[in-house]
Structure formats: structure tokens, C-alpha cells
Design a protein around this ligand. Sequence first.
Ligand SMILES: NC(=O)c1ccc[n+]([C@@H]2O[C@H](COP(=O)([O-])OP(=O)(O)OC[C@H]3O[C@@H](n4cnc5c(N)ncnc54)[C@H](O)[C@@H]3O)[C@@H](O)[C@H]2O)c1
Length: 390
Amino acid sequence: MNFEEKIIAYPPVHPGTDRTFIRFYSGEPDLKSIFYPEGSENLPQRIFVTDTTVGSLPALSGFIDNFRGENYSRAKIENGFVGTNGKDVLAILGAGEPFKTIESVLQIVKAALDNNAQRSAVFVGIGGGVITDMTAFAASIFKRGAHCELVPTTLLSMVDAAVGGKTGCDFDAYKNMIGSFFPAQKIHICPSFIQTLPDFEYRSGMAEVVKTALLYSKELFEKLESYPEILTDKKNPLVEEAIKISVGSKARVVEQDLTEKNIRMQLNLGHTFGHALETCAGLGVITHGDAVAWGMGRAAELSKKIGLCTSEYTERVKNMLSSFGWCVEPVHPVLKNKVQNPSEIASMIFNAMMKDKKNSSSKVRFVLQSQICETVITEVQKEDVLDVLR
Ligand SMILES: NC(=O)c1ccc[n+]([C@@H]2O[C@H](COP(=O)([O-])OP(=O)(O)OC[C@H]3O[C@@H](n4cnc5c(N)ncnc54)[C@H](O)[C@@H]3O)[C@@H](O)[C@H]2O)c1
């Protein structure tokens, strides 16, 4: 498959993690030609990891059939299985956040160990952010660090999760609390994977695209602003352009600050409000993207409240978010039947923010903007935060 390539480099967190080759492919995804190119010899052993939903996509069927073997001919993808193709291994895990567990990570490690993988093996995660985060984590701990390549298949994992080296899994009710920094050596982006994504997953990823545009690309923001139909028009060339711009922007940030000591924190625009909403609504009740989109509206209001930006900026951001169908009200409808009184809801959201370890006793740190592409990280007093939540 033909591809465009972009290389990003950083101080290594582990031998071999000093650069990432990001490849953009056009046309239908063809994993066989990516991982078994004609004429290639001496390929390293690969431990491919995917989930039952991605494994069932027509785009993967030929690839996966190579791993079924005689013993696996009756294995059903929906039950998950481990298969082999020569020395290469394929592990199919359960799909979605409930499977983002240390047990799933250990299943990947076990599949590698049972097939005599060495540290030279390449762990390849093919899926959404759950699979790419866990596969990269397994690679980072396997024999103290193997190799990692990723094939993100959701919009969110293309523009966000696969780029930047954050790996991990959940533990009990704690999200992403176990993990490491371990950038992939290669990221293979086939935008056409998103054609099979359910609409709500696509829309969730689009919130991160809008966030990246607000942070780093006025041009992309303007294009999205004038074409909200992108939400129902996955085939529009703007989608591929938006993916490339978003990936490029995140890549530039993580190149400068892989381990989130300074500018990488900007990527949390909308996330302080969004995470608190997700927590208060109950995990899984609202998508991450819808929560972050609401959070970006609240951040724009908070920027105005503390005198950082003009009303025009706030209105422009909110108009854009609402044209995409995202809530821009102080109280998100998912909370309305939890507690009736807006002040109680505001306190509930604030308390959820305070539980974040990064916040001091009476102030919360926010990523805010004075205008599009002008970002400020600042602590804000409780009363000002409450005012934009009720
Ligand atoms: N590492 C990071 O920097 C980072 C950043 C953002 C999010 N994340 C993590 O990413 C995860 C969320 O990622 P996600 O939204 O991709 O969720 P996901 O991986 O659960 O994928 C969502 C669903 O879509 C299915 N799917 C994947 N690709 C598909 C396709 N092409 N067609 C049809 N269905 C497909 C999956 O099987 C799954 O059921 C969270 O766990 C989050 O913590 C990590």
C-alpha cells in the first residue's frame, strides 16, 4: 500500500523509543500488504492484538484467516482466540472499555510467552484506543521492553490515543491508572477504517478533532465551523484532512513534551470539565467525546468569566459546538435526572474535579483560551467555576 510518512523524534524513554514513523495510507486497509510486503525476508516475530469487533470487520477477514490454522478452524471471532501464522501470533480480545484490564494485558503477554517471543518481537495493536493503549503497555513491560506498532481503527485512536506514547489499562473503577510512556515505533493510519465506525464513536472522536483545531489550527476550525455536515459525511475529503492535521498537531506537541511536563497539558482542553461530567454521569453513560465537547463549551465560558477572552470568542466556540449537536448549557442533560437543583449539580461536578490529584485545595487548574490557538493554563477560584456550571 502506498503511504505518506511523517517522522517524529523525542528523547527516548526506553531504548528504541526515540522516534515514531507515522504512515498515512489511502484506500481500503490492507494489513497483509503492510505487514507481509512482497519480497520481505527476515521479518521479526509479530504479536498482533485486536478485539472481537475489529476482528469481525470485513477489512480484516483475510488477514485473520491466516491465523486460524487447522486447530483454530472452529474458533469464532466473537469468542476471542489466540492463533498463529508461522512464528507470528494473533490474540483477539473482548471489545471495549470493560476489557481494558490488567487481565487483558496479561493475556497479550501470555500469548507472546506461549509462542516463545523474545524482546525483539513487535507487538502490533489493531483497534481503537483500548487495544492500542493495552498493546503498547504489554510491549513496554514484556521482557522489560519489546517493540510496538499500532494500527488505530477509530477516529479517536487515530487522532489521539495512538499518538504520543501513553499506554495502559484501567484498574477497578480507576481509569488508566496503570501504564507507561512507550511510543510506538510505527503508527499505520488507514482513515478508511472509520467508514465502519458506529456514528456515536465517530462523533466522539470528532470532539478531539475540534479540540485540536481550537488549540492549533484556526484553518481547520474554520473549515469544521462551516461544514458541520462532516458528522454525517464520513467520506468527505475533509475527514482525512482533519485526521492529518490533528495527528500532525499532536505529534508536534509530544515531540516537545512527551511526558507531559508542560505544553502537552494543553491537550486537556475541555477535559477537566469533561472528566468530571463522565464521573458524575457514571462511566459509560456519556461518550468521552460528548463530555469533552461540553467541557470545551464550559472552558470557553470560564475564559470569559475570568476576563481572559472576549464574548465573541466564547460565542463562536459555543455556536460551533452546538452546530455539531453538542450541549453548551451549564447543566448537561445527562445529569438532570440525578439531582434537580443546578447548584447541587454544580457542586457535584466541582467535587469530582477536586478529586483530581493535580488540584490544590480551593482552586482547580484549567486549560483555557484567550482566543483560538492562544492557550493558557491557569488556576481558577471555586466561585468562578461554580458560576459557569449553574
Ligand atoms: N493513550 C492516549 O493518549 C489516549 C488518548 C485518548 C484516549 N485514550 C483511550 O482510548 C480509549 C477509547 O478509545 P476508543 O474510543 O477508540 O474506544 P475503543 O477502543 O473501545 O473502540 C470503540 C469501539 O469501536 C470498535 N471499533 C474499533 N474500530 C472500529 C471500526 N473501524 N469499525 C467498527 N468498530 C470499531 C471497538 O471494537 C470498540 O467496541 C479509552 O480507553 C481512553 O482511555 C488513550
